[in-house]
Design a protein around this ligand. Structure first.
Ligand SMILES: Nc1ncnc2c1ncn2[C@@H]1O[C@H](COP(=O)(O)OP(=O)(O)O)[C@@H](O)[C@H]1O
Ligand SMILES: [Mg+2]
Length: 239
C-alpha cells in the first residue's frame, strides 16, 4: 500500500547566532494509511522538529515530506494536532473550545455542535461540556484538546507527547482511550513520546530516534496486533 506520509532524507539545521544544531539528519521512512506509528527518543533528538515539519509549521533544510503524495510546503489545515499541553482558552467552556476549531475555519458552528458533543462523549467527557478548563483535570483538558483535533474529521492525527504531563494512571487511561478512538475512527496517527513502554504499547511500528544529530536508529514492527487490541490489552502498571 502507498504511504500516507513519506519522509525522504529530511534534514533540519537550526541556526541560532553562530551555533548550528543539526536537529534532523537524513530522516527517511513512511507511514501507511491507518497505521499507528510512534516515534520515541530522548529529549533533543528532533522529535518535535519532525512533527512540526510534518504539519508544515516548520520548513526543512533538505529533503522532502510528502502527504498523500503532495510535498508539504506550508501549514496543513486538514490534519489534527495535539501538543503536550492542552492549549485551551480559559474563558471558553469545553464544548466551545472544541468548536473553536470550526469557528477558526469559518465553518457553521451550529452544524458541528452535535458532533462536538459526540466527540466529548467519545473521549469520556459526557456531562462536562459546559465546564471551563479550570474546572477540569489535566487529563480531561487533554481530552478536550483531542476532541478539538478530531472535530473536522482529519485523516491524520499528529500528537507530540500529549500525555507527558499526566500522572501514570491517567496516562494509561488516555492510552487506552486513544487506541479506542483510533480503532473506531481508522485514522493515521503519528505519536511522539519519550517513553519506550508507551511507544511499544501504542504503536504498530516504533521509530527509534537518537540525538546529535537526530536520526532514525531503528524501526521496529510490533507484533501482537489484532483488531480490537484496545479492548483486549490491559493497561500498563507503570512506566
Ligand atoms: N528553534 C530552535 N532553535 C535552535 N535550536 C532548536 C530549536 N528548536 C529545537 N532546537 C534544537 O534542536 C534539537 C531537537 O529539538 P526538538 O525537536 O525539540 O527535540 P525533541 O522534541 O526530541 O526533544 C535540540 O538540540 C534543540 O535544542
Ligand atoms: Mg519535543
Amino acid at each position: 500500500m502507498g504511504n500516507l506520509i513519506e519522509y525522504e532524507r529530511v534534514r533540519k539545521i537550526y541556526n541560532s547566532g553562530s551555533d548550528e544544531v543539526t536537529a534532523l539528519e537524513e530522516v527517511s521512512f513512511g507511514v501507511e494509511p491507518g497505521e499507528f506509528v510512534t516515534v520515541v527518543g530522548r529529549s533533543g533528538c528532533g522529535k518535535s522538529t519532525l512533527l512540526k515539519i510534518t504539519a508544515g509549521l516548520l520548513s526543512t533544510t533538505g529533503g522532502t515530506v510528502r502527504i498523500a503524495g503532495n510535498p508539504v510546503i506550508g501549514p496543513l489545515t486538514n490534519i489534527g494536532i495535539v501538543f503536550q499541553s492542552p492549549v485551551l482558552l480559559a474563558w471558553r467552556k469545553a464544548l466551545d473550545n472544541v468548536l473553536l476549531q470550526i469557528e477558526s475555519r469559518g465553518l457553521n458552528v451550529a452544524a458541528y455542535r452535535k458532533k462536538a458533543l459526540d466527540l466529548l462523549e467519545l473521549t469520556g467527557l459526557r456531562g462536562f461540556e459546559n465546564k471551563y478548563p479550570s474546572e477540569l483535570s489535566g487529563g480531561m483538558q487533554q481530552r478536550v484538546s483531542i476532541s478539538r483535533a478530531l472535530i473536522h474529521d482529519p485523516h491524520l492525527l499528529l500528537m507530540d507527547e500529549p500525555f507527558g504531563a499526566l500522572d501514570a494512571i491517567t496516562r494509561d487511561e488516555m492510552n487506552l482511550e486513544l487506541l479506542r478512538i483510533w480503532s473506531e475512527s481508522k485514522k493515521t496517527v503519528l505519536f511522539i513520546t519519550h517513553s519506550i513502554p508507551e511507544a511499544v504499547f501504542l504503536g504498530d511500528r516504533v521509530v527509534v530516534m537518537t540525538p546529535r544529530p537526530g536520526k532514525v536508529a531503528e524501526i521496529m514492527t510490533i507484533e501482537l496486533r489484532a483488531s480490537g487490541r484496545a479492548m483486549t490489552r490491559a493497561p500498563m502498571e507503570s512506566r
